[in-house]
Each structure stands twice: as structure tokens, then as C-alpha cells.
Design a protein. Sequence first.
Lengths: 391, 287, 335
Amino acid sequence: MKKLFTIALAFAAMSSAAWAETIKVGVVGPFSGPFALQGKNFKAGIDAWFALNGNKVGGNDIQIVYRDVPQADPARSKALAQELVVREGVQYLAGFYFTPDAMAATALLQQANVPMVVMNAATSAIVAASPQVLRTSFTTWQTTTPIAKVAKDQGVTKVITLVSDYGPGIDAETAFKTAFAKEGGQVVESVRMPLSTNDFAPLMQRIKDSGAQGLFTFLPSGPPTLAFVKAFNDNGLKAAGVKFYATGDLTQESDLPALGEAGLGLQTTFHYAVSHDSPENKAFVAAAEKAIGNPAELSFPAVGAFDGMYVISKMIEATGGKQDAKKAVEAVKGLSWISPRGPVTIDAESRHITENIYLREVAKDANGKYYNKEIQTFEKQGDPGLAFVKK
Amino acid sequence: MQTVMSIAIDALAYGMVLFVISIGLSVTMGLMRVVNLAHGAFAMIGGYLASYAARDLGLGYAAGVLVAIIGTVIIAVPIERFLYRRIYGAPELTQVLMTIGITFCVIGITNFAFGPTLKTIPLPPSLQGSLDLGFRSIATHRIFAIASGLVVAALLWFLIEKTAFGIKIRAAVDNAAMTAALGVRTEIVYAVSFAVAIGLAALGGVLGAELLPVEPYYALRYMVTFLVVVSVGGAGSIPGALIASLLLGAIDTTGRYLAPEYGEFFFYLAVILIVTLFPRGLAGRLK
Amino acid sequence: MAVPMAHQPKPTLSIGKRFTDNGLLGVLAILIIGLLGYFLVPNNLALLTQIVAIALLVLSIDLVTGYCGVATLGHAALFGAGAYAAGIAAAHFGVTEPLTMTLIGLVGGALAGLVSGLVILRAHGLAQLVLSIAVIHLFHEAANKASGWTGGSDGLSAIMPDPIFGMFEFDLWGRTAYVYALLLLAVVFVALRLLVRSPFGMLARGVREDPIRIAAMGASAHSVVLRMYVISGAVAGIGGALSAISTQVVGLDSLSFTLSAEALVMLVLGGVGSLYGALIGTVVFMLFEDTLSAANPFHWLTIVGALLIAVVLFAPKGLYGTGLAVAGRLKRRPS
């Protein structure tokens, strides 16, 4: 029996050795199901990177192998990551839209000798799970903290928070409360809404009753966002002058056409707006729009994927295409570059990306297209959430 | 008192939307005895057609609704002819398998053809904005949905209880073989009922779009809600579905106002209670 | 729900036939196919292990749906309960011995089976389906709320099972996990085989065919089905524990409506009311899904849908049931 193990091992080793000059990158993300749009953005970001940089790094071809996890499903994510490492022989794992999916795969990294580049999942603790994890997206804490300051600066002292009742929502609630208390504001009430909420009208009544001057909210992108904003407007809260604060997940560019007039004037803080004015971004957006097909579908996961590819290419350069996760990760610690979203750095200690966070307002351009207009910049924001992670 | 009134209005509005979307399913499940898990898929097709007609072609809301209903029925006709006819009278689990298969296909094709983004159906100016009730405001389109729900309920009730066709439907439901022997073309009765159910699904998809936005995963996302409404009301009963929608709307709305973090518990515990007390639905026609 | 039993023992049995009916052939087939899988795809054992875990869930649904005629779209509650029981034991109480974890999963699943059985068996038909949906949502929401214990939507990680018997470690290749999974499946299969052929199993089948007559015979239909529910929970719980041990993580998806519905689809695909059908349905569905979603991660759902429709059209008794019928027809044809 033992002999057979060895044969199987040798066979597998051979099959990966035969591909040595092609470096495979396994990308796990939601490519079908309710979050297919986000997965599509991963692919668009990666394709854009290839379009602008070619698919060769130092003589090595890069090949992407996609695997689909339609909804948060850590068991499936881990099985697929394992398959990518063992069968496909990938040297890098990347993607990961949901936190549990990323968390589950971190357990493999050390034994597999593979670095992992998180292109979206936004819970602070992921980078702490393994020294081989890097992240090129954002954390909920990172994007939430500045909006507390914005609220205070606009003279709002009493805020009610409404978040979806799941990990990221609770993260956002804690982050906002912490940051707003620091600014000297008061969170008068915190409401957690079940993820399956369709009708937000009764919650609007809660906001009214609470007497808050403003509300902070966090919802998963997609249908709930639209229903929430419509309920806010339809129930007369907008007219009553209640201020609306949220992170940019809520005004994701792909949701803006559906929000339409209802979205105008919404203020959110986020790390990336498709409208960001810089030559790097123009080039990126042009390539990514071409890759995704329908320009209206392009939004933030694409930039996380694009920068993730940048980091991976730097790791391949540093290791000369040899599989050496430790060396690869060491090589990109402290790496700084100009991303489409602005100047960024991989923080040497946390391996998370330090970036500008922008305050944006939904506006309408000359062609009648809705976009996030950047109106204020919070420079070089790290992740305040990591300090908050227990243990 | 104001708060109570306010919640009551929200509950009524939500309940009526639930009714409009679910009633088509009640017809297929109660009258045709098909566990039609693809109901949401047809509602979604209606939503997409309306969105395409009203937004991309600029035909306006009323035309959008018409296009949605007619278009969805046209799409459904071959599906009924080639797929549904094979599962009339089949075991429930077989029906589940078939209709889930259809739903998957519709989701996949929609995702491919229209992309994964949300689609909206632009409202005409007369339905935009909100109406001030003095102590609160309510969106005009909700009032429209309430009114449409009442009209649909009345028309359906009339069709089934008061017309010759309704008699044929009820006869076919009770004993298809006997009805056929009496000279009624049951397959035509079935086909027409199916078309009516699909038309209602499409209408519901369009009217409910402000609350349940149209996107490819719509077909599965709200399936459970529809199923719950229909079975609490009793499949096939128009008044049953109406009462169930209003009751569940009230429970959901109150729960979400009083204790949003436990809203889910509140809702499903209530469902268990109601179903246990009325195992054939609030006004079940079955057996 | 009147799915005819695909497999009826006949009074006169050849030796080969008797061999089949003892289920030994089934166990042999499981082991042979399982080992074939081991050597044919030695680098995708994680998937194969996952298939075994889900197969246990599908078998467990078959016990209540196929043998007792209960309609449920909430059976993942039992699977998830087993997974969380084993996972929590490991992550919070340091019980990391795999066999013990499996046992804890079994008990957790059985308890969940008792609870959901008590609720679901209060109605029939459509109402029953809705009760099962309510149950799975309540379980899901409870696990989401108790995030201190379950990790909530972030999932329960930090499950580090010991090597089995202190000798076989759970490795990156997933070999130990897979072999363990196969053995578990074989043991469970034998046990279920004995169960469904026992007087109790016959009684359960009788309940499905005609509950009134069973009641007239003096047996309580309700208590028979409830007992079957507890057994079914134990089986699903083992599957859940296996999933927790092999993936070392438990997510809320293991308590989801989606998983319940998918598992039911696999069962109907393979053929309701036979253990082989459950196994075949799981393997075919999951391999099909995996191959398709790897080949085209973006549009595979459409083809899965088409497969389900095709099965209803061309194999209405499920793959196994229709396969048997076809085989029978071929045999009867004079040569």
C-alpha cells in the first residue's frame, strides 16, 4: 500500500514538473449564482492586467485556473483550493470573495508552500490566519472608519446604525461605533437586520422613532441595497433631512443604474471608484471594460484582482518562477506602487494593503450616467480593525 | 397609535405585494397540482421583459406590463407543451426535480443574456414619489400594488367561482377523467389555467419589482417566500392566499419593527404555528 | 409521493442474487469504486471525500423520504447539526480524536433529527414541506446568532483533528480523510441495509404505503417515522462530522436551505427509495457539477438544469430505478 502512495505521489509530482515553465494561479470566486457579478469582476481585473502587461513574467507564462464557489461555502472552497494545489499544481492561490472561503483555505498554505492573495474578502482577521496571506482589497474597518469622521464634520452627533446581521455587517457596526465614539459622536441605536429582509419600510419607522440625525448602514451589494435606499426615500426620511452614511459597497457602480435618481447624493467612503481620475485608472478602466463586455458591470472587485495580479507578478519575479512561498511573500512586504485606485503599499507587518480612502458622492455626468464622484481623500489608511482582532 | 397605524399600512402594502406575486403559484399548485418551483423564474422573465420594453425600448410602464404578461405566456407555452405536460400527475418529487431544472436553466440563460446586474422597471411619473398621509408618507407605487392586488383577487375569484370556465377548472381538479368523459377538453382547460398562472406570475414580477428587484437569481431567492404564502393560505384558494399574504405580511412587518434581529425567528415560528394549526392551509380547497 | 419500490426480493433466489440482496455486493462495490477513485484521481481526494459526506446526507434523506414518504427540504439541519457538534467539540472543548468527533456528530445529528422530526411530522404533503423549510431557516438563524460558538457567517475554523489511532495524519492530499470516509460509508451502508430489511424497516415502508392500515394493525405510524427520523439524523450527523473533520471548517452553508434542496435533488436524480439510488445520485450529480463548473465556472448551471430535465423526461424513476427497469426488460426479452 505504501508503495502505491509513493507511486501516486511521484506521478502527481511529475505531472506538475512537466508544466514547470507555466506558472499556474488558482482563482477561487463566485462565478455563478447570486454573486456572479463579483466573480465576473475578478476575471475582468485579471484579464485587464494581462491585456496591459502580457501574460509572461521573466520568461514564465502565467496561467489562471478558475474555480467556482457560488456562495460562502468554506468546505467547498477548501476542497477546491486543495484540488488546485494538488492536482493543478498552482503556485499561487488568489481571489476569495467571502471571508469564510478565504479562512478555510488558509489552513492549507503552509503545507502546500503556496502564498494566497486575497482579492476581496474584507474581514481583518484573515491576514492573521497565516503568514502567507496577502490582501489587495480593503477591510470593512478600513472603509468604515473615515465615514464616522465625515458624519462628525457635517455636524451630526446622533446616529443610528442598521447593518445586515452577518459577519461583515457586525464588523461594520463595531467599526463605526468605535470610530464615531472617538470623534465624540453618539450611536443612539444599533439595529441588525436579517439578511433575508425584503421590505425595509418597518425599519424606516425605527429610524424615525430613534430621533437620530443620521444613519449608518451596511448591506451586501445587490437587491437589498436597492430596496433599502428606495425605502429610505419613499418613507420620507430623505425629505426629512436624515443623513445617509455607508461604505462604498452600497453604491457599487454596477448597482448605480438600478438605483437611478434615488441614489443621487448618497455619500459613501471606499477605496476605489471607477471614476477615479488618474492615468493609471484610465488605462485600467479601458482594459477592464473591454474584458467585462458591459462597462456598466465594472466595479471594485476588479481593482482588487488587478492589483493582486501585480503582487503575484512581483512574487514570480522575486522567486524566478520557483515555488517558494516564504521568499515570495517576503519579497513583496513593503512593496509600494501606483494602483488604479491611487498610491498603495503592502504593509510589511500586516501584509494588508495601505491605501487612500475616498469620500464620494453619487452624481450624474453629462451623459446621464451615474457615478461616484470623489470629494475628499483620507490618505494612507491602514487597517484599524487588525488591532481589534481578539487573541 | 401613530406607530401602530404606520406599521399596519406597511404590513398591508407588503402583504399585497406578496399576494400579487404568489397567487399564480397558488393556481398551479392548487388547481393543477404541480409543485411549480419555477414560478419565480416566470415572474423574473416577466420582470426582464418589462424592464426591456419600458427602459430600453422606452415604451412606458403600461406597455411594459402588457409586454411582460404576453411575452412570458408566449415563452411558457412551449415549456408547458413539452415539459409540464410530462409531469401532470407525476409524484411531487419528480415535479420538484423538473421545475428546479427549469429554474436553473432560466437563471443560467438570463445571466448569460442580460448579465448579472439589477434591472429596474422605470415607473411612470404618476406612480413615482410618495403620498402624504398626514402622519407618514407612503410610496405611490405601493398604493398601486395594493389596488392591483385587490383587482386581481376579485377577477380571479369571479373567474373561478362564477364563470363556466371556472366550473370546468374545478371539475377537472376534482376528477379529470370524469370531466374528460363529460366532453370537457381537459388539456385545454389545463393549458389555459397554466397560461393564467404564468400571466399572474409575470404581473407579480413587474408589480413587485420595486420591492424584489429583478436579477438572475430572483428565480430562487424568493421561492421559499412564495411557497410559504401559498401553503399557509391553502393551495388553490384565492381568499386563502389573500388572508395568508396579509397575515404573513403583518407578522413579518411587526417582527421587523419590534425586534429586527430576531425577525427571522419570529416569522418562521409563526409559520410553524399556523401550519400546525391549519395543516390544510387557512382556507384549503384540497381534500 | 408514491414512488414504487424499485427493488423487490423474489421468493426464488439464485446464489448470485442472494449475494446481491445481502448488500455485500453493495459494500464491495463501494470499496472497489472508492479505491478506483483513489488511484484514478489521487490528486482530487478532497472532492471525493466531500462526495462521501454528502452521500451520507442523501442516504439519510432517503431513509425518511424514500422509506417513510416524508417530504423535506430541510434535511441539511441534521447534517449541519452533526458538523457543528463535531466542530464545536474540537474547537471549544479540545475533543480532537476523529472517532470521538464522529460519534459526537452522530449524537448531534440524532438530536437534531428528533427536534426537527417532532416539528415536521405534524403535517403532510405541502404543509410538511413548508414546516421543513421553516425548521432549516430556524437552525440556520440560530447558528448565525450563536456566533460565539459557531463563528457565525465567518465559519467555525480552528478544527484540528488528531491523527486517526495516533497513526494516520490528515494530510494535504486528503488520503487519510478519504480512506476514513470510505470505511465510514461502508459501515453505515451495511447498517442501513440491515435496517431497511429489518421488521422495523418493513414497518416504515408500510407507513409510506398505507399509514391507516399500519395504525389498524396496532402500530403507531407517527412513532415509527419519528424513530426513523432520529436514525436518519444519526446518519446525516456522521456525514456532517466527516465534513468537519476532513475540511477542518464548518460554515453556515452546512445548515442551509440550498444544501437541503441540492441533496434532495441528488436523491431524486438517483432514485428514491433505494440506498443504491441515493449513492448513485450523489456521485453522478457531484462529479457532473464539479467537472462542469471547472470546465466553465461561469455558465455551468444551465447544463445542470438541462440534466435534471433530461432525467425527468428519460429516466423518471431516477437513474437507478430506470436503469433497473431497463435491465429487467432486457433480461426478460427472449434471446
